[in-house]
Design a protein. Structure first.
Length: 486
């Protein structure tokens, strides 16, 4: 080998070592950066006829595409399960547990106890007042549960609107980065930084909707939903729109035309199209809460409120009541109509005729809701009847409950158990999805920057640099010797 060839080899080695050192320092500096993919220098040997040494072919961006795709899908599943679990936790909290005095069951027990106490001393205004207070607390508890159900539906719509905004912004960002990457690739320049930014943008929306990333020419990518929706394939992303309805009431639904679905490229999706295109993400979970899960709770609490009303408003218990007329409980101070069961839990209230704060008389609890004059102060028949009605085992009034006979206390316990069971099951699903997501993320991190390994690489580069520097020194010594001989 000639001295000039040795110098050329050393120059190529020094250049490669210098570039490798830059890459190692970049890897270490970005080891905690979201979306950053580890870089590796790609080298190949140069033919001796062309001077020998090494050639820098480029910089490899190390990404496990399959693992990244699985991680994104798991993030979507986790986002959906977390959204549903959060709703069920909120419902269990508002319904309450058996040991909670302010729970639905606790409120019903307190009302029944007040009736029993008042029946023992029907002449006591204090005990009659306790009946009004506990009945009001029970009605308020039912109102609160129903109001929270509708608030959750409204919140779900806000979440959908926020997710749609985030999704559109991220798609615009990915489209812009696609253009930059294509331009840099065409110029033969490194686009790794732009690819990192694009990966972070895609990762940021992976919980909203499950995505599939497909490579395109010049380093660009296309994005599809797992259900086949084209989010981005080219330079212009899809346009996704959603218009919240504002505060939602029990009667509002897609079927009634008062709520809407997503609009995809200007066209509103049908329920089946939306369920297919946007399945298993926070958007689909929020729609499920708004249109399915929360309305199911509303149906149950409405049916429970109706059964309470019917038990207490029976003319066989209170002979002063006309058929169909309200008793101690009312539908917003009116008689309840079977056709108006939807949303009844939001409207149930204590009859103002027994509430002194509303101009009513306490003695009507003892004498009858529509009694013209106070009865014998020792008369407890009506109070005993009302208490017995709560404990009576009978088929529920509403067709939205199973027809098996049970008491009001059993209905309340079933509703509380439903909320608890839903919470436990949804949290178990969320926990499973979280474990899977964290496992995949750990696997991704294992393919990421390992600072110990990078330091080993840096030491190897230092040795390579030193070896090539020695070649220069040896070449220099040889040239000096030749010059002296001449």
């Amino acid at each position: 080998m000639s001295i000039s060839a040795a110098i050329a080899n050393a120059v190529s080695g020094l250049t490669a070592a210098s570039r490798g050192t830059e890459i190692v320092s970049t890897n270490i500096a970005n080891s905690q950066t979201e979306g950053y993919a580890r870089r590796e220098l790609e080298l190949s040997s140069r033919l001796y006829e062309r001077g020998g040494g090494v050639v820098i072919n480029g910089i490899d961006r190390i990404v496990n595409a399959g693992l990244l795709a699985d991680s994104r899908l798991s993030q979507a599943q986790l986002g959906a399960s977390d959204t549903i679990a959060q709703f069920h936790r909120a419902m269990e909290n508002v319904v309450g547990t058996a040991t909670d005095a302010s729970s639905l069951g606790g409120s019903l027990t307190a009302f029944n106890a007040a009736l029993t106490n008042a029946a023992a001393r029907p002449d006591s205004d204090v005990r009659l007042s306790a009946v009004v207070d506990t009945a009001t607390a029970l009605a308020n508890k039912i109102n609160k549960i129903a109001d929270d159900v509708q608030s959750a539906r409204t919140d779900a719509e806000r979440t959908i609107a926020n997710d749609v905004s985030r999704l559109n912004s991220a798609l615009e960002r990915v489209a812009s980065l696609n253009k930059q990457i294509a331009a840099l690739s065409a110029q033969g320049k490194d686009a790794s930084s732009q690819m990192d930014a694009r990966q972070a943008a895609i990762d940021s929306i992976s919980e909203i909707v499950p995505l599939k990333q497909v490579p395109r020419d010049n380093g660009q990518v296309a994005l599809f939903t797992t259900g086949g929706g084209i989010l981005l394939d080219g330079t212009k992303p899809a346009s996704i729109e959603f218009t919240p309805a504002g505060p939602i009431s029990p009667g509002m639904s897609l079927a009634a035309g008062t709520l809407s679905n997503l609009r995809f490229n200007g066209k509103e999706l049908t329920v089946s199209q939306q369920a297919t295109m946007f399945a298993k993400g926070t958007i689909s979970a929020s729609f499920a809460v708004r249109d399915e899960i929360a309305p199911a709770y509303q149906t149950q609490i409405d049916a429970l409120a109706r059964d309470l009303y019917d038990r207490i408003s029976d003319p066989a218990l209170d002979t002063t009541l006309p058929t169909g007329g309200p008793g101690l409980f009312t539908d917003d101070q009116n008689a309840f109509l079977n056709a108006n069961e939807a949303g009844f839990a939001n409207r149930i209230s204590v009859n103002s005729s027994v509430d002194p704060a509303s101009g009513g008389e306490l003695w009507r609890i003892r004498a009858g809701i529509n009694a013209a004059t106070p009865s014998d102060t020792g008369e407890s028949r009506l109070l005993n009847n009302l208490s017995s009605a709560l404990s009576a085992v009978r088929a529920p009034s509403s067709g939205n409950l199973s027809p098996s006979s049970r008491s009001m206390h059993s209905l309340s316990s079933e509703f509380s158990s439903l909320a608890a069971s839903n919470r436990i099951n949804s949290e178990a699903t969320a926990l499973q999805n979280r474990s899977q997501s964290e496992s995949l993320r750990t696997a991704l991190l294992a393919d990421g920057v390992d600072t110990d390994k990078e330091m080993e690489t840096l030491l190897a580069l230092e040795r390579a640099y030193s070896a090539n520097a020695k070649v220069f020194q040896s070449a220099n010594d040889m040239l000096d010797t030749i010059l002296r001989l001449t």
